[in-house]
Write a protein of this length. Sequence first.
Length: 226
Amino acid sequence: MNHIELQHLSKSYDQSSFAVEDVTVSIEQGEFFILVGPSGCGKSTMLRMIAGLEKISAGKLYIDHQLANHLLPSQRNLSMVFQNYALYPHLNVEENILFGLKVRKIKKTVQRQRCEEAAALLGLTDYLKRKPRELSGGQRQRVALARAVVSEAPICLMDEPLSNLDAKLRGQMRTEIRQLQRKLGITMIYVTHDQVEAMTMGDRIMVMKDGKVQQVGTPLEIYNKP
Ligand code: ADP
Ligand code: ADP
């Protein structure tokens, strides 16, 4: 249900260079897959191509074994969590969490139930009527996670979701996200430039440099070579 395959995927913003060049990898159902590498190496571009927010220049993207190059973002059955949380400042927590379901015209009773469950899961039950500006950074991040949870999408894409949090909270959220992903059984593609995140969270890690794949392997294979 939530398998992703990239075949020779490339992206060029101009004619002369590649932001992503010839990436081939198969991401398994339920896998926590990490894209790691320095700023500018093409991580966000990769994620945005998978999400359908960026046109693919060459190569093929398969979602659930179906060619997905030309699917709209809404047809890809995935949720996305951004670095800046992308919350609506004028909406309260509950409205932010349910925004996507409203757009999809999901039944009110179903909306309410999913919101309750997600809020309980993420410790937001007492904050549903607050506005984003009345929350801490960690709570805002949890709202963004809750929004991904209620979508019930089998694939989740995260782009540096913890980089605006302080070190202590970052450690805590690493564990929370990992537990959430296991509990929901979803496939995760997670972008970070932080080696500690890559090492502690990933089932498998893809190391990128200058738009190309340098290595793909388990944390042990990537960071603990004898
Ligand atoms: P990362 O997420 O690893 O920091 P990006 O995917 O954002 O890397 O960027 C990869 C390369 O593509 C960089 O050289 C960046 O300047 C370039 N790039 C990214 N987005 C655009 C864009 N919209 N237009 C032109 N160049 C871009
Ligand atoms: P990050 O490295 O955290 O992904 P950036 O500041 O590199 O953030 O990019 C922020 C936004 O600007 C992204 O949407 C990216 O696609 C775009 N962008 C990045 N580099 C360029 C560029 N050279 N030209 C145009 N847009 C770019």
